[in-house]
Design a binder for this molecule. Structure first.
Ligand SMILES: Nc1ncnc2c1ncn2[C@@H]1O[C@H](COP(=O)(O)OP(=O)(O)O)[C@@H](O)[C@H]1O
Ligand SMILES: [Mg+2]
Length: 220
């Protein structure tokens, strides 16, 4: 799998295909038993997540990852952990993230756990942004989220390349993922079954049929 700088690369595939495993391996939560993970020419197999963070990679996992009993602001502060001793950078990062997500400023003192599911996803995204990452790995950011907030989340994700952020996006929703991705990988049973641009995915009837069968999902 290759991830191009400055665009969104999508990973789709049925449940259990290995999408989350692929992201966790890129981020260093898991060490591959075979193969390598390279970042800008550097082999990064076996590096820890915190070492990946130091290299500008951030990760929003599929399972909820907020500290529910901490405030919105404290959750964001935890995203600054890697550079916590640099006060100036922390305050810059916080200002910047509140500018990107104004609604979080109003809720800064609220406990994270009291927000709606969609708002919590926004907070997780925001927390990954305080790092000013070069690459973000997003695992099903809109799963189980109401359609309106889901669209807002996607609108935000679609702007990330303009902010200089490279995105790896895992989603079950093929159409949604294809609409924002420059290139797509289809995973099944831990292997890449197909790949191509989103246009390829729009035109290739066999591919569409295959994806439809796997995902039990209507593509139009
Ligand atoms: N390349 C692989 N080789 C062996 N097992 C894998 C591989 N990728 C994933 N798995 C296993 O398959 C299961 C489902 O993987 P997961 O990444 O959660 O799938 P998905 O996110 O696509 O639903 C996990 O138990 C994982 O350990
Ligand atoms: Mg998964």
């Amino acid at each position: 799998m290759k991830v191009k700088r400055g665009v969104i690369t999508g990973i789709i595939g049925p449940n259990g295909a290995g999408k989350s495993t692929a992201l966790k391996t890129m981020y260093g939560f898991l060490t591959p038993s075979r193969g390598t993970v390279n970042l800008k020419g550097e082999r990064v197999n076996g590096l820890t997540p915190s070492q990946m963070v130091a290299r500008g990679v951030s990760f929003v996992p599929q399972n909820r990852s907020l500290f529910n009993d901490l405030s919105v602001e404290d959750n964001l502060h935890l995203g600054c952990w890697h550079f916590r001793r640099d006060r100036a950078r922390v305050s810059r990062a916080m200002d910047r993230v509140y500018e990107m997500f104004p609604v979080l400023r109003d809720k800064a003192r609220d406990l994270a756990g009291t927000m709606s599911g969609g708002q919590q996803r926004f907070l997780e995204l925001a927390r990954s942004m305080v790092l000013e990452p070069e690459i973000v790995l997003l695992d099903e950011p809109t799963a189980m989220i109401a359609p309106k907030l889901s669209r807002e989340l996607y609108d935000f994700i679609a702007t990330l390349p303009e902010h200089g952020v490279t995105v790896v996006l895992v989603d079950q929703n093929v159409r949604q993922c294809a609409a924002v991705s420059d290139h797509i990988y289809v995973l099944d049973l831990g292997a890449t079954r197909a790949e191509g641009s989103s246009e390829d995915f729009g035109d290739d009837e066999d591919l569409k049929a295959m994806i439809q069968e796997w995902l039990d999902y209507e593509i139009d």
